[in-house]
Ligand binder design. Structure first.
Ligand SMILES: [Zn+2]
Length: 147
């Protein structure tokens, strides 16, 4: 499946999840910040499993963003940006080079781990990450790949 299909499916599944949980549970407040954050989460997490492929769009995006943050850190002499950029670059390298394509990274367990940082913004964003991550796995035909 190519990245457009993953994005389209991720957005459809993500929007349905948001609408259902918003109307039944009152999740996802109506605000610009919430809108930008859930769009970002859907975009990243519906493509994130392909970080285990060295030439995927999400891998190139992560390399570009991490290098930009790293260069920003060097030019501003800001340690936080430098180490953040280095950390994301290292994470991208490990996922794309040390894991085989459609191996562990393409699993429900990896999706759960990668969605933990979103808990910072609330449990609903963590679960949205898991749902979008799973939409990618399902589209790849890996419905029950736990590990
Ligand atoms: Zn995939």
């Amino acid at each position: 499946m190519d990245y457009q299909h993953h994005l389209l499916t991720g957005f459809l599944v993500g929007i349905v999840f948001i609408m259902l949980t918003h109307s039944f549970l009152g999740w996802f407040e109506v605000s610009l910040f919430s809108f930008l954050l859930f769009s970002f989460v859907i975009f990243i997490y519906s493509l994130l499993p392909d970080l285990d492929h060295p030439l995927s769009n999400i891998t190139w995006l992560f390399i570009f963003v991490s290098l930009s943050i790293l260069i920003l850190g060097v030019s501003l002499k800001e340690d936080f940006y430098f180490y953040s950029g280095t950390g994301i670059l290292l994470f991208t390298f490990i996922c794309s080079k040390l894991f085989k394509h459609r191996g562990f990274i393409h699993s429900i367990f990896a999706g759960l781990i990668f969605s933990i940082p979103l808990y910072h913004f609330g449990i609903e964003f963590s679960l949205l990450g898991v749902v979008c991550y799973y939409s990618h796995l399902a589209l790849d035909g890996l419905y029950f790949k736990v590990f």
